[in-house]
Design a protein around this ligand. Structure first.
Ligand code: TYD
Length: 208
């Protein structure tokens, strides 16, 4: 059986990942694929508990390295219980954030640098990387305006300062520049219909 494909979705806060997941899922299903959708941190009962700890503003300050290790603890669970079994069964997996988020948020935002993140990726999933990573790129001010418009309580990362979020954005753009075969950048400042069409164009070009 051929392994399914791992498609990951990335972007800063308020980039519109939820509607993008639905667009990707719809496209894959239209191609006759079986699709599993998961998210990080999270995706399994234990990983969702770790997510709660990581996102809850009441958690307060975490040492950046603790934050990174918790992200990878959750990732190891999601890989073991959800991602690897699905790929092995020939299903495609859409993962709402993956290791590139650790590179951007902990490596860039928290300024740990890429090295510890790449070292952990090498331990936790040496044999596996995304087949396609879509980065929904949006200027920080626009993304944060959308987050505030949603009116939900903001999570621990949405409460960070804008210079943190600028570093996150820059880290994504740098990664995309370094690995153009795996990354596709989508301008997510456009309206939802246009963003959706750009995503489908990228899927047609790279996965069809
Ligand atoms: P997010 O994906 O934005 O969820 P929602 O759409 O429900 O707001 O929330 C996950 C948060 O976790 C996001 O702020 C980025 C952060 N994150 C990291 O800092 N490192 C990681 O490795 C991952 C997977 C997420």
């Amino acid at each position: 059986m051929t392994r399914g494909r791992l498609i990951t979705l990335e972007g800063g806060e308020g980039a519109g990942k939820s509607s993008a997941v639905e667009a990707i899922r719809g496209w894959l299903i239209s191609k006759g694929r079986q699709v599993v959708v998961t998210r990080e941190p999270g995706g399994t009962p234990v990983a969702e508990k770790i997510r709660h700890l990581l996102l809850d503003p009441a958690t307060g300050d975490l040492a950046p390295m603790s934050e990174l290790l918790l992200m990878f603890a959750a990732r190891a669970e999601n890989l073991d219980k959800v991602i690897r079994p699905a790929l092995a069964a020939g299903q495609d997996v859409i993962c709402d954030r993956f290791t590139d988020a650790s590179l951007a948020y902990q490596g860039g935002g928290r300024q740990l640098g890429a090295e510890p993140v790449l070292a952990l990726a090498d331990i936790v999933h040496p044999d596996l990387q995304a087949d396609l990573t879509l980065v929904l790129d949006v200027p920080v001010a626009i993304g944060m305006a959308r987050v505030h418009q949603r009116g939900e309580d903001s999570n621990r990362f949405e409460q960070t300062r804008s210079d943190f979020l600028e570093r996150v954005r820059l880290a994504y753009l740098e990664q995309a520049q370094r690995l153009p075969e795996r990354y596709a950048i989508v301008d997510a400042a456009q309206d939802m219909g246009t963003v959706r069409r750009s995503i489908i164009d990228q899927l047609e070009e790279r996965l069809a």
